[in-house]
Design a protein around this ligand. Structure first.
Ligand SMILES: [Zn+2]
Length: 162
């Protein structure tokens, strides 16, 4: 478990799927990976209007699920996700918190963006993380476009919240 003072970065991700929930992503990470992970890799997940395949397929968006914050990885089931070592960014997991939004191709809703910003602001204050250390997966050296957001723009929005 990383001591809180060791958390230096927040790393943003996209699930790269049009629908999803902590349960579906947890299933993906723990059964469809080889080797499988012990739990969902992210500390937090921000839902979009489509928590399940059925809601997405039948075009039945959910108001409550859009922008809703869900705790993710919790190996010891104590309800505290920040203390977990995530599985979301190679080389960074020991010192970062991973936050993903459900969405494909950078399709993020206003409610999701709002929740991502306020979560990042709160975590930055709690762990004394400068806004410049809120980075995207693509900025960790990984050969990815994840989270499919312009992180300079995101950090600019974060600065405006203060
Ligand atoms: Zn990612």
């Amino acid at each position: 478990m990383p001591a809180p003072e060791l958390i230096t970065h927040l790393i943003l991700h996209t699930t790269a799927g049009s629908w999803g929930s902590v349960e579906s992503i947890r299933r993906q990470h723990t059964t469809e990976r080889n080797p499988p992970w012990a739990d969902i890799g992210y500390h937090y997940l921000v839902g979009n209007p489509f928590p399940t395949f059925e809601t997405w397929k039948h075009k039945r968006p959910s108001i409550e699920n859009d922008g809703k914050l869900f705790p993710g990885r919790d190996l010891d089931h104590d309800g505290d996700v920040d203390e977990e070592i995530g599985a979301h960014a190679i080389g960074w997991n020991g010192r970062s918190i991973g936050i993903a939004y459900v969405g494909e191709g950078g399709h993020i809703t206003g409610a999701q963006l709002h929740e991502m910003l306020s979560l990042c602001r709160d975590l930055c204050h709690r762990y004394r993380i400068p806004f410049k250390n809120v980075i995207g997966h693509y900025e960790t050296g990984a050969n990815k476009t994840c989270p499919d957001l312009d992180m300079d723009h995101f950090r600019e929005l974060l600065g405006l919240l203060q």
